[in-house]
Design a protein around this ligand. Sequence first.
Ligand code: AMP
Length: 377
Amino acid sequence: MSPRHHLGVFGGGQLGRMLGLAAAPLGLSCSFYEPSGAECPAALLGPILGDQKHSPEAVHAFLDSADVFTYEFENIDVGLVERIARHKPVYPGLESLRLTQNRLYEKSLFAELSIPTATWLAVNSLAELKTATSALGLPLVLKTTTQGYDGKGQFILRSTGDLMDAWQHLGTSSPLIAEQFIAFRREMSIIAVRDQQGNTATYPLTENIHLKGILSHSLTPAPEVTLSTQQTANRYIDSLLTRLNHVGVLTLELFETDNGLLANEMAPRVHNSGHWSIEGALCSQFENHVRAVLGLPLGATSCPRPTAMINLIGQIPERADILSIPGAHLHLYGKSPRPGRKLGHITLSADSHAELNQLMLDIARHLPNPMALSLRP
Ligand code: AMP
């Protein structure tokens, strides 16, 4: 079989851009299917193809542009991906894509693999929502089953008085899922990669701190994680990778509770909580994803020094302020500022979590307030 050198990526956002940045030193080129146009973050890294109607011409041009295909976002039209998959390999495969597009499928898969989650019920009507509040108790989190991200498509019911409000907000997006509200200690994620032969490599658990539903910053390795917690997370993600016959990176979001880890959701792709790995791991999530989908050996996933990732949301600080902090790395995505928009991130590593925290406080002085406030003094 001839060597493959061209990667086609569905999506041209920052994840596509960072995949392209990881592919370039390996001598691999990328093209991107991004109907929103040539102004997207990935435009720096390769041709931007595609149109809003997914016309045959646009799809053919994308098909011709690469040997193997992947995606940076799971909320894409499966039919579009199938049109490519009929002719050339797409990794991760269609089963990974279909399952992660719907929270009900995801939660059922977790149950099948004995991965614990919050207790949940499918909700198709106001009557079923009432039943769910009695069965699961309050508070309760009501979520859309598809298209939710960064806390969008969610409603927390705290009393039965919230029933109508919740239904008015989300009822039109039914079917919904109602989940028991989890008073977690913290949120974590585990990221792993599987190659075409079934070999896997797993990054250490990352602690994720959210603000208004959006990831604010993350710490890897998550501080004070016991060996048994790490092993449990490894077991969960391994069973998912195997069951899905997944090729590429898979991310599993977890709640750490007094009774152990609960799975929340997963993503069949590189993830914001893995951005630390660009400088913090021996081989980044982006490079490992590229390696896996192109049939290359996986790289090491260890994290030699504690590493933090701080998201830049809504505003971009002065470059020079950030770069004046020793060891700080700035990644800007080429996006114009808008409230709540992820515009870039900063990574830094230190010899200990205490030292890392100090460096993060130095960074926080240069960031807009909400982000700074969410850092622990
Ligand atoms: P999700 O879209 O499922 O990732 O949810 C976004 C955020 O909402 C999570 O990162 C949690 O902070 C919170 N959340 C989601 N589900 C629950 C739950 N069952 N209990 C408590 N908090 C939740």
